[in-house]
Design a protein around this ligand. Structure first.
Ligand SMILES: Cc1cc2nc3c(=O)[nH]c(=O)nc-3n(C[C@H](O)[C@H](O)[C@H](O)COP(=O)(O)O)c2cc1C
Length: 165
C-alpha cells in the first residue's frame, strides 16, 4: 500500500453516500445543502449524525432552531443536487435557482425535494467541533421512504453524482 491523504481515500471509497440536508431559513423558506458525511448512529433510539463545514449556512440554521430533515435524493435531481453543493443559502434560494420541486411532510415546516428516496426528520441533540467542521448529532423523529426513487451516490470522491447501479 502507498501513503495517501483523505481526499484520495474518498476517491478510493467511491461510491460515497449523498444526502440533501434541508433546514429552515430565517424567512421560513427551506435551504438545501449537499452532504456526503452523514451516518446512522443508533437504531434504538433512532439517531443520525452529519458533519458540516463551520462556515455553512445550513449549520447556522440547525444551531438556530435544532430542526433538520436529511433526505437521500433521487437520481432525477442529480444536477440540481450538485448545484446545492456549490452554492450557499446565504445568498441563493436553491430550490428556485435549480428548479427543485418541494413538498411537505407531516409535522414539519421544512420542505423536502419531491424526488427523495428517504427522508429522516430529526432534531439536533448536540453538536461538537471537529476540526474545520461541526458534527451534528440528531434524534430521529420520523422516517419516510419511497422505493420508486433511485438513490444517488458520489463518484470519484465527490465530483460526480449518479446511481450506484
Ligand atoms: C457531492 C458533495 C458532497 C458534499 N458533502 C459535504 C459534507 O459532507 N459536509 C459539508 O460541510 N459540505 C459538503 N459539501 C459542500 C456543501 O454542500 C457546500 O459547502 C454548500 O455550499 C453548503 O451550503 P449552505 O451554505 O447553504 O449550507 C458537499 C458538496 C458536494 C457537491
Amino acid at each position: 500500500m502507498q501513503a495517501i491523504n483523505l481526499p484520495k481515500a474518498a476517491e478510493l471509497t467511491s461510491p460515497n453516500p449523498v444526502s440533501v440536508v434541508c433546514t429552515e431559513k430565517t424567512d421560513g423558506g427551506t435551504n438545501l445543502a449537499t452532504v456526503s458525511w452523514w451516518t446512522y448512529l443508533s437504531f434504538r433510539p433512532g439517531m443520525i449524525g452529519f458533519a458540516m463545514a463551520k462556515t455553512s449556512y445550513s449549520g447556522d440554521m440547525v444551531r438556530n432552531n435544532q430542526k433538520v430533515i436529511l433526505t437521500i435524493p433521487g437520481a432525477e435531481i442529480a444536477e440540481a443536487v450538485m448545484g446545492c453543493g456549490t452554492t450557499t443559502g446565504r445568498n441563493t434560494d436553491k430550490a428556485e435557482q435549480f428548479h427543485i420541486e418541494l413538498t411537505s411532510i407531516p409535522g414539519s415546516s421544512i420542505q423536502i425535494p419531491v424526488h427523495s428516496r428517504v427522508a429522516i426528520q430529526g432534531r439536533m441533540k448536540e453538536y461538537h467541533e471537529v476540526g474545520d467542521h461541526y458534527l451534528y448529532i440528531c434524534d430521529v423523529e420520523q422516517v419516510y421512504g419511497s422505493e420508486g426513487e433511485e438513490a444517488l451516490f458520489a463518484w470519484n470522491g465527490y465530483s460526480q453524482l449518479r446511481p450506484a447501479k
